[in-house]
Design a protein around this ligand. Structure first.
Ligand code: MAN
Ligand code: CA
Length: 163
């Protein structure tokens, strides 16, 4: 989405662990609202394993898919034959790499398949707010204080890559 920051994490994890890792950064597993966004994120995938995305099967209606921002999936980009729900437990979604056109496959959410993942934060993060504490008249002898607060949940620059 416009204004979002994305970060690819190349250290493969389960979908559940990838979700938690993004949340720990104040982010989400990437939500892909359009084919253009799907393509843009796909092009940053560096390995053949693809990436986990923030899409999962609705627990209430197993034929529906939900994004982690709770929106219903309107655009989908399933690979041919997918979602096939192998073993009846493929409730989470993985984007395949370039050779598969960045198309999607359902995979288990648990520890079975470890895959790189992309976290997304909405546009307002990324800002660093500088607070300047003005010196009181009586304390003029002291150095003025510059207190810079960096929000801990800020994602690294767009499409940075880390292990
Ligand atoms: C193959 C396909 C997929 C499936 C995975 C994991 O790639 O059958 O649909 O999700 O294996 O079982
Ligand atoms: Ca599948």
């Amino acid at each position: 989405m416009q204004g979002s920051c994305y970060k690819l994490f190349t250290k493969a994890k389960s979908w559940n662990s990838a979700k938690s890792a993004c949340e720990a950064l104040g982010a989400k597993l990437v939500v892909l609202n359009s084919l253009a966004e799907n393509q843009a994120v796909g092009e940053k995938i560096t390995g053949g394993q693809g990436t986990y995305i923030g899409l999962y099967r609705s627990p209430k209606d197993k034929s529906r898919w939900l994004w982690l921002d709770q929106s219903r999936a309107t655009h989908t980009h399933w690979d041919s034959g997918e979602p096939n729900n192998v073993g009846g437990s493929e409730d989470c979604v993985h984007m395949r790499s370039k050779s598969s056109g960045y198309e999607w496959n359902d995979l288990p959410c648990n520890n079975v398949y470890h895959v790189p993942y992309v976290c997304e934060t909405s546009g307002k993060s990324g800002s660093v707010i500088l607070y300047i504490a003005f010196v009181q008249p009586k304390a003029r002898a002291k150095r003025s204080q510059h207190i810079s607060t960096t929000y801990p949940n800020i994602a690294a620059p767009t499409f940075a890559s880390s292990g």
